[in-house]
Write a protein that binds this ligand. Structure first.
Ligand SMILES: CCCCCCCC/C=C\CCCCCCCC(=O)SCCNC(=O)CCNC(=O)[C@H](O)C(C)(C)COP(=O)(O)OP(=O)(O)OC[C@H]1O[C@@H](n2cnc3c(N)ncnc32)[C@H](O)[C@@H]1OP(=O)(O)O
Length: 236
């Protein structure tokens, strides 16, 4: 039988989303446990059988797609399903990004053993994913809604997992629809492990849309001052 499709609008109360975030965290802990487990084979088989049953229970009612960009109850734009920052996405660290006094962004982070690539250190693609997002957040902090056009990485030293690290990024310049940003993942003492530069491009159809998905004041003025009711929908 086909599972029933439930749209986000029908199912997403804040209490349910909070429960989903707890489930996502448990799933992250499960991934760590799978990555590091050394229990005997029969126990692996028994746990797998239980996980098959749990997977079926969760899949009994499925939504059409991952959680979308939306406005939270505090009026802030959020994306709980995001692969890097989404509290409800088990794939996300999740990264908690804050703004700096200088207009850039920063985030404390610690990679998990499941992020391993080369012996004892984090996969370069995982570092790239984090830096892509941080640079994008820096661009958003500068008021630009944009997507990554190019991303260039300099891997200076192996990135360890399981230890506190710092991610930071800031915009370096902006020209029309193009914005350049740079950033790094560093040890707490400031030693840079991976450095990134990127070009972010505001898609032509996003011109006049702010980083909260709503029409900007400039665009409203150009349109004759009529605000867009409820804002345009964000990227899916
Ligand atoms: C509804 C609004 C809601 C707003 C929401 C804002 C949220 C902010 C909040 C929170 C921050 C979150 C942070 C996220 C961070 C993560 C970001 C990602 O991972 S993004 C996924 C990976 N990137 C893609 O999938 C892009 C795929 N590519 C495209 O969609 C297009 O190619 C795009 C938008 C990059 C360019 O398309 P065109 O049609 O606008 O571009 P054309 O008009 O042809 O070119 C404009 C100029 O840009 C250059 N250009 C175009 N693409 C380029 C590229 N890839 N690299 C370098 N230059 C490029 C061109 O040569 C041209 O330059 P010349 O004006 O001639 O000087």
């Amino acid at each position: 039988m086909m599972p029933e499709l439930v749209t986000p609008q029908e199912s997403d109360g804040e209490v349910r989303l909070a429960a989903l975030a707890v489930l996502a965290q448990q799933a992250r802990d499960l991934v760590d446990a799978v990555t590091l487990t050394d229990v005997p084979e029969d126990e692996l088989t028994a746990v797998t059988a239980e996980l098959v049953a749990l997977t079926e229970r969760l899949g009994a009612v499925r939504r059409e797609g991952p959680l979308r960009h939306e406005f939270g109850p505090d009026g802030r734009f959020r994306h709980l399903g995001n692969a890097v920052v989404g509290d409800c996405n088990p794939h996300a660290l999740p990264l908690v990004v804050g703004r700096t006094a200088e207009g850039g962004v920063r985030a404390d982070l610690a990679f998990r053993p499941s992020h391993v690539g080369p012996p004892g250190s984090v996969h370069g693609g995982v570092s790239a994913m984090i830096l892509d997002h941080l640079l994008g957040e820096a661009v958003a902090a500068a008021g630009k809604a944009a997507m990554t056009g190019t991303l260039s990485l300099k891997y200076r030293r192996p990135v360890p997992y399981g230890v506190p690290l710092l991610g930071a990024a800031a915009v370096s310049r902006s020209e029309g629809r193009k914005t350049w940003a740079e950033g790094a993942i560093s040890l707490p003492d400031g030693t840079a492990l991976v450095e990134a530069t990127g070009l972010f491009i505001t898609p032509a159809q996003w011109v006049g849309i702010g980083t909260d998905g709503r029409e900007t004041a400039e665009a409203r003025a150009a349109d004759g001052g009529d605000p867009v009711e409820g804002g345009r929908s964000g990227p899916r």
